[in-house]
Design a protein around this ligand. Structure first.
Ligand code: ZN
Length: 373
């Protein structure tokens, strides 16, 4: 007899019928006030030595059905080291097969990054003399929203992650980014911080993260579709950051996400905003080509098709910021699966690789700071 639970920070699963370990029937729970679902994260107890077959029965109705294609779930015994386990999708159900060799094992859509880890990390960063920390307000569930600032240069850089709570790679990337920014021996960080003031919002959607949501906050709002009309009533996370941006201005914006379907890292620019021009194009091209040069994990072939001229959705952060501040503004998408240009079959795209990739971005930011105005 095994037990299955997800009643913890970022947890998500409904045990439907778990009487037979070789046929465990599970469902993913939709975001509270919205229909989105795909994120799962649960614990299995008492299964050492037993081959488990776990059927996520409502996978066909998930938000990104192509996310299940050629996808393998992650598992861990200690929640530090995550490895891939055989998974398959038949068009209806996602089936995960694994014979754990320990009694407690966790399974998830991607290596989780719950609010407890965020809080602990924030505490360690507060000790750094190179970063200043501030709570800029509270979420609807009452969680404090952490903001960091580094450097005193004239260029205003904004970097945010986890608008979509299920995209945990954003937080792993942020660890790599903030570790380096707070390291006085990191050359790229020192170069960047001579030229720029960097504003960092490491975890936008804390309520969604704690509740185990895929995309939305406590009010059922998709933060990355709320940038024009965000209000304190249903979207304080975006409202408060936007207010800050109005005070500082923005020369550079990077919004860090994960993409369910595309098995590669890519950047999405704001082409399609009404004011898009050659200067926007050149800034983006410089960033993208520099990243391509130094990163084995980056590529420019796979990605989203550009919006038609003038048709960009200005409720999306990337487009809203580009149009409002006439600046270089991008969404970074990392894969849930693996980076096909540089595959790692055992781990796929992973926390370690997210952290490393952030260091490569930092080097490109140090260069691009000279070309923003
Ligand atoms: Zn996203």
């Amino acid at each position: 007899m095994v037990t299955i639970s997800s009643d913890f920070d970022s947890g998500n699963i409904i045990p439907f019928d778990i009487s037979d370990p070789s046929n465990l029937e599970l469902e993913i729970k939709p975001d509270g006030k919205a229909d989105f679902y795909q994120w799962f994260y649960y614990r299995v107890d008492g299964a050492a030595g037993q081959p488990l077959t776990m059927r996520l029965k409502n996978a066909f109705g998930a938000s990104y059905i192509n996310g299940w294609k050629n996808y393998n779930a992650v598992a861990s015994y200690n929640q530090e080291s995550w490895f891939r386990v055989e998974s398959s999708f038949d068009g209806r159900e996602l089936t995960i097969k694994h014979a754990p060799d320990q009694d407690i094992v966790f399974y998830a859509y991607f290596a989780p990054y719950p609010t407890a880890r965020h809080r602990a990390y924030v505490e360690t960063l507060k000790a750094s003399s190179l970063l200043s920390h501030q709570v800029i307000g509270r979420t609807l569930d009452g969680q404090s929203i952490d903001y960091f600032r580094a450097g005193e240069g004239t260029r205003e850089f904004w970097v945010i992650a986890r608008q979509h709570p299920g995209e945990t790679m954003g937080s792993w990337w942020m660890e790599g980014f903030l570790d380096r920014l707070s390291d006085e021996n990191n050359a790229a960080a020192r170069t960047l911080l001579d030229k720029a003031t960097v504003h960092i919002l490491p975890c936008m959607n804390l309520d969604g993260v704690r509740r185990g949501h895929l995309r939305t906050n406590a009010a059922g709002k998709d933060l990355n579709r709320a940038w024009r009309n965000a209000s304190m009533e249903d979207c304080p996370e975006v409202f408060l950051v936007r207010e800050r941006m109005r005070e500082t201005g923005v020369d550079f914006f990077l919004d860090v996400h994960g993409d369910e379907a595309i098995p590669n890292n890519f950047l999405d620019n704001a082409k399609g905003i009404p004011s898009w021009n050659d200067v926007h194009e050149k800034r983006f091209e410089r960033y993208s080509s520099q990243l391509l040069e130094i990163s084995k994990d980056f590529q420019t072939k796979d990605g989203y098709p550009a919006s038609a001229p003038g048709q960009a959705n200005l409720d999306v952060a990337n487009s809203y910021v580009a149009e409002t501040w006439d600046c270089l503004s991008m969404t970074l998408e990392m894969p849930f699966k693996d980076a096909a240009v540089n595959p790692d079959p055992a781990r796929g795209w992973s926390p370690e690789r997210c952290r490393h990739f952030a260091g490569e971005h930092l080097r490109v930011m140090a260069d691009i700071a000279n070309f923003l105005r």
